[in-house]
Write a protein that binds this ligand. Sequence first.
Ligand SMILES: O=C1O[C@H](COP(=O)(O)O)[C@@H](O)[C@H](O)[C@H]1O
Length: 237
Amino acid sequence: MHARNTLESALCFSDPAQTVDAVTERIGNIIRFSVKARGRASLLLPGGRTPVAVFHALRALDLPWDQVYISLTDERRCPPDSPHSNARLVREELLVGNAAAAHFYPLHRQGVDERADEAVCSAALGMLPRPYDAVMLGMGTDGHIASLFPGAQGLQKLLDPQTEARCATTTAPSVPHERLTLTLATLLHSRWIGLHVTGQEKWQTLQAAIESEDEMTYPVLGLLNQRQVPVHVYWSP
Ligand SMILES: O=C1O[C@H](COP(=O)(O)O)[C@@H](O)[C@H](O)[C@H]1O
């Protein structure tokens, strides 16, 4: 199975700091190369705790930040200053110092209904040069990526690589927040995908996903099984 091959080629480090360095170096190089080659670079970034150290390392790099276009892989439908907001996370942890010159497009607008918010999300994504130069993903211990959660309503469609929708509102059955998520098809409209996971529990989730062969139970499998874009897994305990 393709997913097994992807996991067997994972870049595994004994020290989480080395993983952060490796992910940061790769994304930094992608930004430099994309700006040189095409004049702009586009990134989709995750929320959660895992990317924070990468955000700190990235913002310290000397990069052509004013040519960098950034959005998110998913968002909670909460106020922009909420501690749960992925946009707040990116603003506070990445877009600081030189990196503040980057162009950032949040996915969510507070106070609009689901359909309008999906339109806001789709319009935000439309502001980025595509294919996206780098898509960085995290993964929950339940095997969700972006906000593609096991048991979510309509998950099959959200994981269909041919789905036309760029994004959708969704609710994580396990957590009460309403969310916006990019579809797998949108995440795959990219030149490079990195999946940054830490801890034994998440490694076991990846292995369980492969054993199960069940994308509805482990949405990460949809990413690992596809052959459209190579996925680079970065792992440390
Ligand atoms: O809810 C989310 O969780 C995942 C994983 O987060 P982490 O804290 O375990 O790193 C994240 O990738 C996703 O973007 C986020 O919204």
